[in-house]
Design a binder for this molecule. Structure first.
Ligand code: BES
Ligand code: MN
Ligand code: ZN
Length: 501
């Protein structure tokens, strides 16, 4: 789907659905007054009856029947003008295109309230474009054409602006959204790909393909190389599967030569059956999403390259399949990690932290300025925060705070959990340096406390995306399935980081 900027009055646009964003208490503004007149007072009537007062998530559809060039006018509520945010615009744009696609209107144009000016206008144009694109995504590779036809997206959406001086910045904002969303779609596609197709090698090949069509470089370590390096934790998790593990390394050199990179580490368990500590059957299918962290890293790297972000980045994805078999690792096994620390495996289903331990140690050789890992790490995270926030923990409060800020701006919100040393005692082992589970209490924190032991040489933050990487319900601009969470968050974070340097 293409998005084009058009300078015109929304009331002069010929389209099958003209969508107009409206703020609360703005019904006496010239545009709405004129619209109301042309519609014979229907706008006022809808307001008075309480059908549409421009609150967030409200919509009302009119058929101007020849009184306007547009066949339909859809008003979408954005709430009070002084409280407008990028997130509200994303939602409204997403809900609008959802309606246009379902009703097969075929065409669509969208206008933001004309009272918004300057920098905020460009930000909201970008948000509108993001909302339109993100809402239009479907994972339909395996669906019949007839089912796909139930929804018909417009080929092009016109974003209507009324000031000439906004043209250039609006076009740049749309171009940015297009690139960002392309990367989010790659992440969503990877997460939605079923386990029969998605082996660790498949993930590596997808990373390589992303590098081939961008400026990224890609390196992949196979089983032999991992053994030579001493990645005993990653190899331990992978040994139950017929498919060999991979360590995928992507690099983006957008910053100054020699500048310390930011390292992004993403859990890439292509299917998590639990291993010998087998998971219950219910919803086990969803464990194809257990590489959501790795997919977010691949997507973020691609976005950084497409957007030419002026930072150096290294993305590291340990990829393995966690399966029960005659060769699988067992509860009670002791693994020697790349760091040299030994790990007692008490539960083979706590596999994510094991493969991340080796990847974090591997990150050290890039002498990173900071490290962020993303992982669908604990069910406990869903108990703590539900599906509305990613948990963030780390050893550097400034870094955590920057991530929290990026979460607010991107709409991919984070909530911090504590990582006091007090929790370390829960993962003490009698026979190894550390054990891989800390029991039921504070499951998200003890998982992070485990990772902390492999992240002591750099500033580090951990994002537990167990509740946010996958959704089983549609939301305004995030269809059910893989959400692509992490990409927009990290690009926002990296953008701010580059600006501060
Ligand atoms: N991949 C799971 C965590 C998960 C659960 C992600 C639900 C998304 C939705 C992880 O590998 C896991 O199994 N964690 C265990 C840890 C426990 C054995 C200490 C868990 O959360 O139950
Ligand atoms: Mn598991
Ligand atoms: Zn897992």
């Amino acid at each position: 789907m293409d998005i084009k900027i058009r300078k015109a009055s929304p009331l002069k646009i010929k389209t099958s659905c003209m969508v107009i964003g409206v703020c609360e208490k703005s019904f006496s503004k010239p545009l709405l007054k004129e619209l109301d007149q042309k519609l014979g007072g229907l706008v006022r009537k809808a307001q008075r009856s309480g059908e549409f007062s421009a609150k967030v998530d409200e919509q009302v559809l009119f058929q101007p029947a020849g009184h306007l060039p547009a066949e339909r006018v859809l008003l979408v509520g954005l709430g009070p003008a002084e409280e407008i945010t990028a997130e509200k615009v994303r939602r409204a744009a997403g809900q609008a295109i959802q309606l246009v696609a379902e009703k097969k209107f075929g065409q669509m144009a969208l206008a933001l309230p004309d009272s918004i000016k300057g920098n905020l206008f460009a930000t909201l144009v970008e948000a509108a474009a993001e909302g339109l694109l993100l809402a239009s995504y479907r994972y339909d590779q395996f669906l019949d054409e007839k089912i796909k036809a139930l929804r018909k997206l417009p080929k092009t959406v016109a974003l209507v602006i009324d000031a000439e001086e906004d043209q250039k910045s609006s076009e740049a904002a749309v171009a940015k959204a297009q690139m960002l969303c392309q990367a989010v779609f790659l992440t969503r596609d990877l997460v939605n790909t079923p386990g029969n197709i998605k082996s660790p090698d498949f993930l590596a090949e997808q990373a390589r393909a992303a590098a081939d069509k961008s400026t990224l470089t890609c390196k992949v370590l196979g089983k032999q190389e991992l053994a030579r390096e001493g990645c005993g934790a990653l190899l331990g998790v992978a040994q139950g599967s017929a498919r060999e593990p991979r360590l995928i390394i992507l690099q983006h050199n957008g910053g100054r030569k020699g500048q310390a990179p930011v390292a992004l580490v993403g859990k890439g368990v292509t299917f998590d059956s639990g291993g010998i500590s087998l998971k219950p059957a219910e919803k086990m299918d969803e464990m194809k999403m257990d590489m959501g962290g790795g997919a977010a890293v691949i997507g973020t790297m691609l976005a950084a390259s497409l957007l030419a972000l002026p930072v150096n980045l290294v993305g590291i994805i340990p990829a393995a399949e966690n399966m029960p078999s005659a060769t699988a690792y067992r509860p009670g096994d002791i693994l020697t990690s790349l760091s040299g620390q030994t790990i007692e495996v008490l539960n083979t289903d706590a596999e994510g932290r094991l493969i991340l331990a080796d990847a974090l140690t591997y990150a050290k050789r890039y002498q990173p300025k900071l490290v962020i890992d993303l992982a669908t790490l604990t069910g406990a995270c869903i108990i703590a925060l539900g599906h509305h926030a990613t948990a963030v923990l780390g050893n550097d409060q400034e870094l955590v705070q920057s991530l929290l800020n990026a979460g607010e701006k991107s709409g991919e919100r984070l909530w911090q959990l504590p990582l006091w040393d007090d929790y370390d005692q829960l993962i003490k082992s009698n026979v190894a340096d550390v054990k891989n589970t800390g029991g039921r209490p504070a499951g998200t924190i003890t998982a992070a406390a485990f990772l902390k032991k492999f992240a002591s040489d750099f500033r580090w933050a951990h994002l537990d995306i167990a509740g946010t990487a996958w959704r089983d319900k549609d939301r305004p601009y995030i269809p059910k399935g893989g959400t692509g969470v992490g990409v927009r968050l990290l690009i926002e974070f990296l953008h701010d980081l580059a600006a501060a340097e």
